[in-house]
Design a protein around this ligand. Sequence first.
Ligand code: ZN
Ligand code: ZN
Length: 464
Amino acid sequence: MKLTFFGAAQRTTGSKYLLEINGHRLLIECGMYQGHRDKSTEYNTTLPFDPSSVNAMVLSHAHIDHSGIIPVLCRDGFHGSIHCTDATADLCNYMLLDTAHIQEQDAVFINKKRAKKGLPPIKPLYTQTDATDSLKQFSPIPYSTPTRILDGVTLTLLDAGHILGSAIVVLDLEENSRHVHLVFSGDLGRGHNDILRDPEIPRDIDYLMIESTYGNRDHEPLADVNATVCRIINHAVEHRGKVIIPCFAVGRTQQILYTLSQLVQTRCIPSLRTFIDSPLAINATAVFRTHLECFNESFRAVMQNGSNPFAAPNLTYVGSVEQSIGINALREPCIILSASGMAEAGRIRHHIKNNIEDPSATILIVGWCAAHTLGAHLASGDKQVAIFGESFRVRCHVETINAFSGHADRTELRNWAGKLTGPMKGIFVIHGEPEPATTFADTLRQLHPQSNIRTPVFQDTVEF
Ligand SMILES: [Zn+2]
Ligand SMILES: [Zn+2]
């Protein structure tokens, strides 16, 4: 048995791990590399292995850094099944099509520039047709249901509590009557989530692959979040301003809707008109409404007792561009949730542009923003920012809440890892930049001193 790290090794994006067993190849994740444009093109266009040599694939969750290159894999020769939960398959349906649409738009933009220089056009990374075709290979399995997916490979998906449908991948491997229990954490949630269950604890582990995104730092305490949101909304109401929330379409949007509905119910804030202005967020919210099996008990009860936060009377799902532009004319306090979360693309940029010089408006950043993005500039307190090539003075309020993270922080990762049992012969620390990965590896050495703990790099191979 052999495992090769083809992505998210001393990095957080581009997850791809290839397991070889009994002459078969199982690919774990097929994520998009997200970073510098030249590198992205290089890493995302050509896979570092022959797609037609892969027999099956496992996908832990729908985030693009784990799923985004599946259409390339399938187009270039992979014909096997892609195993994941039902909710992950449903989310991928929208997310891969949305990503394909972005790739097509990018290619049009680049080709206009190339045409002016007399250069030949480039093709998009993949098209909506490629994405639609790849969706036919998805073969969902329920949580906690051991399933034979290849000769000598039994897969069980446990809840990772990270986003809807997210899973910890448990692989029971058998080769020449040798048994190995390999566990891949996927991305781990924080636990105590309003909507999702806590990450489950796999047992009897021989080898572990564990994420380390926040392996070197803790998030803000969760307890203060409702009070902070309450203060921000009431301030906007008092000043008759709009609250603009750049928001990831999957997970964060639904979490914010629930937080707002709770604050309305407890009369901490008035019931303001709230717009969900992102086609992907609208589709993702529809997927949430059909997957009650992924919710924790208390949220399932909320959904079943008629107080569905995704169908509150003050919500408007904004489909068309005309409707989106129409929000501008509104002269009353309201809340606008729109993608993208880092304010780098999508309708959110228009809402920010239209309100950034209004002292009564508030921009509320609720997610991590990569360096150099508009969201990061706003969060770091810049007084002048560029939007669509124009310069704007930041005259509105800007607020940041970091506690909504979907990732376990240092303490939460350590607590999860501390509960794991089994021989733990080897631990591979992945899905983290070099600093958090190495810091977390040191933490793991204290928890599991008997383990051989490594932070693999791109194309490292280990044999079991
Ligand atoms: Zn994720
Ligand atoms: Zn990830």
